[in-house]
Design a protein around this ligand. Structure first.
Ligand code: MTE
Length: 451
């Protein structure tokens, strides 16, 4: 049972749906097209007001993405095309717990498949491999034949904060700042329902996924373990909506996998195939992307010794604890003279595998001493309406701390680190790796003061 269920009646308890709560305008029976036009919702649980951009930006006009309207506030990290972008961190944090699709980070390996509005419900995907009952389903059939749930889920690119690694030593990846992370309400069907329906065979162990985007090395694809897919606490889903609007083209319209608690690279967009196998995916992007290779593997070694890539132990699945400071922002000058007695520092933190962040600590003396920040877990407000995923946490938390002005005025910098319920903490030191993945040492912002 998610925060919203179209079809399900629970034997345990009547579902508390959004419709029966204060946010009566949160979801209506409008068509997806009409829903894109909705705006200006209010309340703590509702997504930020959001209108799909309608203009094709000049930059995109001569690219294969000339059909994709985008928000000009996003910062492009890999030139014009493919589109890889993050929001300015302050703008992202201003949105609060939920991110609007306009500012949600985007990681595209290539062109965005063009799916006209009229073809959305006819989108077909298949389930095959080690199953007794292979399936071919349209999105229309998926939604008609299965329960639909909505959950808040944070997606994070494994390259989040890679820029800091690149500053130490150039990796093979482009420079993400700390905004390769965003949270939305995802609506869809549990992947488990579809996989069970296809009746996996005894030796089945993985579910491989393939997208429709055509890339230099084939379609984008990767996998997760079958046992994770079947575990309701893992929350793995096939989503068609984000913040109650149909998915935007950049985020996988019309259908994507969403794998909570794991790196964004496992959440395959423009989903066309689920393949049940007894071995991890042999897709090029599964093997040569989203891995933390041992730190001594340089770009040269990685290019010449294939053995490093094929070792599944180096594939990343769960996210690790990470955090960042949004206020003060990098390069911001604080005017502390004549200001209030305290300065409120702010930021985000997340962890992986469903583990909740249990503490966020801030230091004004480079890790000599630490102070506890206040952690706001807005995800809990949704969890109260949810009885399947009670034990797991799939969202970032936002933290704040009031620092006495004289303390911050005397500090050179501000640092933050978090710890999760498994007592996994962010490390002090960076683990440089050739793909620049999973960078999570203590986050630092220099303090600049006026005068
Ligand atoms: N799926 C397909 N088909 N093609 C892609 O390029 N990128 C992956 C994943 N799914 C990708 C994909 C990566 S690396 C990430 S981090 C997430 O999508 C990003 O999702 P978003 O662009 O919706 O934020």
């Amino acid at each position: 049972m998610g925060v919203h269920s179209k079809h399900q009646q629970s034997a345990i308890d009547p579902p508390v749906s959004f419709e029966s709560s204060a946010q009566t305008s949160l979801r209506s029976d409008t068509s997806p097209a009409e829903r894109d036009e909705e705006g200006d919702r209010e309340g703590p649980l509702v997504p930020p007001p959001s209108r799909a951009p309608t203009t094709i930006l000049a930059l995109d006009k001569n690219t294969p993405d000339a059909h994709v309207p985008r928000d000009p506030r996003l910062i492009r990290l890999t030139g014009t095309h493919p589109f890889n972008c993050e929001a300015p961190l302050t703008a992202l944090m201003r949105e609060g717990f939920l991110t609007s699709p306009e500012l949600f980070f985007v990681r595209n390996h290539g062109p965005v498949p063009h799916v006209p509005d009229a073809a959305i419900l006819d989108w077909e995907f298949t389930v095959d491999g080690l199953v007794d009952a292979p399936l071919r389903l349209t999105l229309r059939a998926l939604l008609a034949e299965h329960e639909v749930h909505t959950y808040p889920i944070t997606l994070v690119c494994a390259g989040n904060r890679r820029k800091e690694q690149n500053q130490v030593r150039k990796s093979n990846g482009f420079s993400w700042g700390p905004a390769g992370v965003s949270t939305a309400l995802f609506t869809g069907v549990a992947m488990a329902d579809v996989i069970r329906r296809a009746r996996p065979q005894n030796r089945a162990r993985y579910v491989c996924m393939e997208g429709a985007d055509t890339l230099p090395n084939g379609h984008y694809g990767t996998c997760v373990k079958l046992s994770w897919v079947l575990d309701p606490n893992r929350g793995i889903m096939l989503a068609h909506e984000m913040n109650f609007q149909r998915l935007r083209p950049d985020h996988g319209r019309p259908l994507r996998a969403v794998i909570p608690g794991q790196i964004g690279g496992r959440s395959v967009k423009w989903l066309k195939r689920l393949i049940v196998t007894d071995a991890p995916s042999d897709n090029w992007y599964h093997i040569y992307d989203n891995r933390v290779l041992p730190t001594m593997v340089s770009p040269d070694v990685a290019a010449n010794e294939p053995k490093w890539w094929t070792d599944e132990r180096y594939a990343i699945y769960d996210l690790s604890p990470n955090s960042a400071i949004a206020s003060p922002a990098h390069g911001e000058t604080l005017s502390l003279v004549g200001a209030a007695e305290s300065y409120c520092a702010k930021g985000y933190a997340y962890s992986g595998g469903g583990r909740r962040v249990t503490r966020v600590e801030v230091s004004l003396d480079q890790g000599g001493t630490w102070r506890l920040a206040t952690v706001n877990y807005d995800e809990d407000k949704y969890r109260e309406r949810d009885f399947h995923w009670r034990d797991t946490s799939f969202c970032w938390c936002l933290w704040t701390i009031d620092l006495p002005v004289q303390d911050i005025a005397a500090a050179k910098d501000l640092m933050v680190r978090c710890m999760d319920e498994g007592m996994c903490a962010q490390p002090r030191d960076m683990y440089w790796n050739v793909l620049g993945m999973m960078n999570n040492p203590w986050f630092r912002v220099a303090v600049h003061k006026e005068g």
